[in-house]
Design a protein around this ligand. Structure first.
Ligand code: 3H9
Length: 717
């Protein structure tokens, strides 16, 4: 786990624990033994620590957090390093993160390759740098930089690390050679001044002010998360307490966080995010199928979704043909794309060079013929199956045989789009979430025809454009929108039965979602729900009226119709479920007029209003979705609960500290959830989303642990 060698009186410890050289128990033992060996060897005059393969250690081994801790402790090993009378040099390449950076901060010197990154990402898994990181980094950089790095978890590149004094020197070329060369240059130099524990924090006199500033920042920016708050407190302790006392404070906060439910959920989210890339469909999987090369792409439709998708592709360096049907739409689309990219450059999120390159890669066009040679087309026109089929049929005829044809549809069956072509194997869904250039979820959808190579390619494109891609089997609404469906429906029923919009929204906001379903409705526009409902009714040959309560035997609410008739379309008209300061405004205020409308609607429809508890609102909004989630798993639309949870985290901003709705269900207990679903099914027999999932029933009866739930579990029980 640690390869030991000696070169020209320099002992080299190469941490060898692929893929990221994490400090597992075996690595700690190996490092401890290596230190003893180097101390004993009188020929050794200096030590270099580095990582074998692609990186310096990227932290403690997160998988060991749930196991009983085994000695030697990380801090104990690092302290032994610092105590040696031989200079220790951390030679950094790749990613030096968390416990890896803490190790480097116990070394007497740190040098890094120019492309290396350092950081303390612990906060993202709900903990803090608990091997003295909160006490040592401020002694190098001052409080302000340390607070920023530790509370945000951001990684910084070597040049920035050099500026803050985190590293002493940058190098190019081979890590071991650079380490040995540097170590030889510092042999026999005094080490007392190189031990960070002996240093003071330079801006300690401003500790209160800086800590207050960061405390209010993290409470605003990371609302609901516990770790950023304890990070601020621990880092402040580096300035207000002697080193040893500061370490005790750090240990106390660390202990509290490690045992918290939030950290467990965030660690689950960390591994789930990686697990979703290990896809499998009939005929192939992530290991057997190779992605096809994609250089040029096309986006059809320059509306909100099309332009957002184009920005993602352009920023990743793909050539993009943007196709629209008329000059005006095309010009507007190009203007929107430029605006998004320029805005991102102003915010420092997109480097100028990337923006300049993107401008050259964008090819606006109104001619389908221009798409003949592209490798990938993403269609983003409005949701109409016949229109999409027409477009796909046209593309099939004119594009080269290898072109992949994908649709950004949010709900239409990919099988039915694919049959409009003679290349069903190269047709798939790539469903982005608005705003597409910002939201990280990409829902990739396969039909019965889609080939493993096509799936491998769209998953690869997703990764390259910085998305977290989840693969799902085609069905109405796919995973994300299908599962969220009951939430919006239940929100309307709750309004009809007695809740206010703010009561409904605040339940989900208190849970940690940034916005409740009614505020989200106001943001998207209430005309959308109204039109979908009217179209659906029409397609079934039914004419809805303001007091219709059923459609094809299913309970419905026509509240959105009432809102539509009153011109309350949401933010865009300055009033929806809330009142806004102006049309297009963002500040939502409760509105008495809405309550009057709702009460009037209920009276006309003969709906009796009552007091509804917060717990009932929570259960009806969330448990209804969880029930749908189990049906999604049961039908194999999603392969694992991780796919579902990651879709909610990155598609609907579900708080990571609750791990996703399926994780949340497991925490509450499947038997409890199942009982409540049965209760609501009994009380609301005309809402099919309350029909209990068979899989949920079996899992709860058999007490199956969460790591064994996946599509197919049903048949094994
Ligand atoms: C810590 O250090 C606590 C200390 O302060 C105090 C202790 C007392 N452990 O992301 P990738 C796995 S907390 C175990 O796909 P990339 C990962 O699951 C730690 N496993 O690669 C995946 O496995 P699989 C602080 C880990 O190149 C594989 O490695 N450090 C760990 O896109 C490849 O990962 C962090 O939080 C780990 N620490 O990105 C760093 N890290 O193949 C977290 C990764 O089975 N890690 N794995 O799915 C990262 O940010 C990224 O993995 C990294 C590489 C940037 C390093």
């Amino acid at each position: 786990m640690v390869d030991y060698s000696v070169h020209e009186q320099v002992a080299v410890f190469e941490v060898n624990n692929p893929p990221v050289n994490a400090f597992s128990h075996k690595v700690r033992v190996g490092l401890d033994r290596s230190i003893d060996k180097a101390i004993r060897d009188t020929n050794v005059k200096a030590i270099v620590i580095c990582g074998k393969g692609r990186t310096f250690p990227a932290g403690a081994d997160i998988r060991e957090f749930d196991q009983p801790h085994k000695e030697p402790w990380l801090t104990g090993v690092f302290e032994k390093l610092e105590k040696t009378t031989k200079p220790v040099v951390a030679a950094i390449h790749g990613t030096c993160l968390g416990g890896g950076l803490e190790c480097a901060l116990f070394c007497h010197y740190r040098i890094a390759q120019k492309t290396a990154r350092v950081g303390f990402p612990e906060v993202q898994i709900g903990i803090l740098p608990g091997a003295a990181g909160t006490q040592r980094l401020p002694r190098l950089t001052g409080l302000r930089v340390a607070m920023d790095m530790i509370t945000s978890g951001r990684h910084i590149l070597a040049p920035e690390a050099l500026k803050y004094g985190i590293i002493d020197e940058m190098f190019t070329g081979d890590v071991i050679n650079a380490g040995i060369k540097f170590a030889k240059s510092v042999m026999n130099k005094p080490l007392e001044d190189r031990c960070l524990k002996n240093k003071t924090v330079k801006d300690a006199d401003q500790a209160d002010q800086i800590a207050d500033e960061f405390m209010s920042l993290v409470k605003r920016k990371y609302k609901g998360f516990e770790a950023p708050i304890d990070c601020v407190k621990a880092v402040k302790a580096s300035a207000t307490l002697p080193y040893r006392e500061g370490l005790k404070a750090e240990a106390m906060y660390m202990q509290k966080l490690v045992l918290s439910g939030q950290s467990a959920a965030q660690r689950y989210a960390f591994f789930s995010e990686r697990a979703v890339s290990r896809w499998k469909i009939p005929g192939g999987n992530f290991q057997t199928a190779k992605p096809l090369p994609i250089k040029s792409t096309a986006v059809i439709g320059a509306g909100t979704m099309g332009t957002g998708i184009a920005v993602c592709l352009l920023n990743a360096g793909y050539q993009v043909y943007l196709l629209e049907q008329n000059q005006k739409f095309l010009e507007n689309g190009v203007k929107t794309i430029r605006g998004i990219i320029e805005g991102s450059v102003r915010l420092g999120k997109t480097p100028m060079a990337v923006a300049q390159k993107a401008a050259t890669l964008l090819k606006p066009t109104m001619k389908y013929e221009d798409l003949a040679d592209v490798d990938l087309v993403i269609e983003a026109v409005y949701e109409n199956l016949s229109l999409k089929r027409e477009i796909f049929s046209k593309l099939d005829k004119l594009c080269k045989p290898t072109t992949l044809l994908c649709s950004n549809t949010s709900s239409l069956d990919i099988n039915r789009i694919g049959t409009a072509t003679k290349r069903g194997d190269k047709v798939a869904g790539m469903h982005f979430f608005a705003p597409a250039y910002y939201m990280r979820l990409l829902e990739n959808i396969y039909s019965t025809e889609t080939s493993p190579a096509t799936v491998a390619t769209i998953m690869d494109v997703g990764r390259k454009i910085g998305k977290v891609s989840v693969l799902v089997k085609s069905c109405q609404g796919f995973l994300a929108n299908r599962m969220r469906g009951p939430l919006s429906v239940e929100a309307y029923f709750l309004l009809e039965e007695g809740s206010t919009p703010q009561e409904v929204d605040s339940v989900l906001e208190n849970l940690g979602m940034p916005m409740g379903p009614l505020k989200t409705g106001d943001l998207s526009g209430l005309d959308i729900g109204y039109k979908i409902q009217t179209e659906l009714a029409k397609s079934k040959g039914v004419e809805l009226t303001a007091d219709s309560k059923f459609l094809m035997g299913e309970r419905i609410s026509t509240l959105t119709r009432t809102m539509y008739d009153k011109g309350r379309l949401g933010r865009k008209t300055g009033k929806g479920w809330y009142r806004y300061e102006k049309p297009g405004g963002k500040l939502a205020t409760p509105d008495e007029e809405v309550m009057e409308l709702i009460k009037d609607h209920c009276m006309k429809a003969g709906i009796q209003r009552r007091n509804i508890s917060t717990q009932e609102i929570l259960e009806r909004l969330v448990y209804s979705c969880i029930n749908e989630g189990f049906k999604i798993l049961e039908e194999g639309v999603a392969a694992t609960p991780e796919d579902i949870d990651i879709s909610w985290i990155y598609g609907f901003s579900w708080p990571k500290y609750l791990g996703g709705p399926m994780y949340y269900a497991n925490k509450i207990g499947l038997d409890k959830i199942y009982q409540r679903i049965c209760y609501y099914h009994e009380n609301f027999p005309y809402s099919s989303h309350w029909i209990p999932s068979r899989l949920l029933q079996k899992l709860s009866e058999n007490k199956v642990p969460m790591n064994q739930w996946c599509s197919g579990t049903d048949s094994k029980l």
